[in-house]
Design a protein around this ligand. Structure first.
Ligand code: PHE
Length: 449
């Protein structure tokens, strides 16, 4: 069913690098520590891993199968597989979620740009929790500066996206991802030698289930979807550029493992420092931006490490936002016949408008609350905890129940004996575990159950 003239990623390594490039980003290094901090640490991590492997991997395989089999963007993939049905709604859920995420994500990526700039120009080596706290608040509430960085970040996206899939995305990912891994490992080792490393590690690894509420279970599931870039058709779109030789199950498993590994490393970097420098684990979205500078302040050549770290974080965010934008750009180019450049302009233009609102919600729009949340938090909550799980559930039901079984098995193609056992478990999870589990966690989390 795949179209022959569609662009494809050039190499095996390229496929893994772009998929991991999409998955690894602020979700692991910024969002995971802050969500774990708010939701009690160890128990959150354990639940998150459960959701990543028992629900995330099957949903990821489902996205890969749908994407590669149809060779289409998220909207027309469902239109081709189930013409005239309501399934194409999944495509619209995905497009909406991608734009909401792109908007608030760009704000945080903009913060990383501010921190790169500061590390270069005015590295002051502060360690005191209150001083770091004030510094962040003054910046985030200053209105024009966060907005400027948000818009600048989106312009960087534009520059890469307009060049197309192979030239832009694959090259950037191939170089960046390995570099990010190396520097994260170095920082982990540094954190392990901090005076209160033990407290930080036991916060992260010792589960205390009495802390869990249905809401935090939903957050752990939302985090799994967010971090794996699942539920919005991002991986359907990317898989449409995969070649027939790409082993889908292995790629999914590898992506989920690397992604979780990076999140855990981020936790190992952050929590020892939180306790050593007397910070608050439940500080919310600003956690990482207040804790990391304290770590750099203690290091020899702090300004250099700080620049390097935020630079890599910025680049990792770029590979993620590129994959978000690609969802709607692919739809606009394939289905509406738009030129790639114009589609990119429209996508980035909308994100600029929403992104500005999100950036201002730490400043002059701070008083605007919807369901008690600022616009930034609302965009984050609705996308991660509502739209992604909903999309993921529908994708899993579609692949498990509606898609031709021979197609599913053919695409997943298990050759070894172990592979066939794994395939059985995977299809079982896709059909019987993921959909009800997502539904129950979602309903309980929003207080309906
Ligand atoms: N997974 C990315 C991250 O962890 C975020 C993302 C979400 C990317 C949805 C694409 C789609 O940073």
């Amino acid at each position: 069913m795949q179209q022959n003239n569609r662009a494809q990623f050039a190499t095996r390594l390229g496929v893994v690098a772009v998929t991991v490039g999409s998955a690894v980003g602020l979700g692991n290094i910024w969002r995971f520590p802050y969500e774990a901090g708010v939701n009690g640490g160890g128990a959150f991590l354990l639940l998150n891993l459960f959701f990543v492997f028992v629900i995330g991997v099957p949903v990821m395989c489902a996205e890969f199968v749908i994407g590669r089999h149809t060779g289409s963007n998220v909207r027309s993939a469902f239109r081709r597989l189930a013409p005239g049905s309501a399934w194409s709604l999944v495509g619209y859920i995905g497009i909406t979620a991608s734009i909401l995420i792109l908007s608030f994500y760009s704000v945080v990526a903009g913060w990383t740009m501010e921190y790169i700039y500061r590390s270069l120009t005015d590295f002051c080596g502060i360690r005191s929790a209150t001083a770091l706290h004030d510094r962040f608040d003054t910046f985030a509430s200053s209105n024009w500066r966060p907005v400027m960085w948000t818009l600048l970040f989106l312009l960087c996206n534009y520059a890469i996206l307009a060049r197309g899939v192979e030239k832009g995305i694959e090259k950037v990912s191939n170089i960046l991802m390995p570099l990010l891994f190396i520097i994260l490992i170095a920082f982990c080792i540094n954190s392990l030698f901090m005076p209160d490393a033990g407290k930080g590690l036991s916060f992260l690894f010792r589960p205390d289930f009495s802390q869990l509420t249905p809401k935090s279970v939903l957050s752990a599931m939302g985090q799994a979807f967010f971090s794996l870039s699942l539920g919005l058709g991002c991986l359907i779109t990317y898989a449409s550029y995969f070649s027939r030789r790409t082993p889908l199950m292995k790629t999914a498993f590898l992506t989920a493992s690397l992604d979780s590994f990076v999140a855990i490393m981020a936790g190992v970097i952050i929590f020892p420092a939180v306790f050593t420098y007397g910070q608050e684990p439940a500080a919310g979205p600003k956690l990482v931006f207040e804790v990391l500078p304290a770590i750099f302040a203690e290091m020899p050549l702090g300004a250099l490490w700080s620049t390097l770290f935020f630079l890599l974080l910025f680049l990792a965010s770029l590979t993620s936002t590129i994959s978000m934008s690609e969802i709607s750009i692919a739809c606009m180019c394939d289905d509406l016949g738009m030129k790639r450049r114009n589609a990119t302009r429209l996508n980035i233009g909308i994100a600029m408008a929403f992104g500005t609102l999100c950036a201002l919600s730490f400043g002059c729009l701070g008083g605007v609350r919807v369901f008690g949340m600022t616009l930034f938090n609302l965009f984050d909550y609705v996308s991660s905890n509502v739209l992604l799980p909903l999309g993921g559930m529908l994708i899993s039901i579609f692949a498990g129940w509606r898609l031709n079984h021979a197609v599913l098995k053919g695409e997943l193609d298990a050759t070894s004996r172990g592979g066939r056992i794994f395939l059985r478990i995977l299809i079982f999870c896709m059909r019987y575990v993921a959909p009800p589990c997502i539904l129950i966690v979602f309903l309980a989390g929003i207080g309906v159950l």
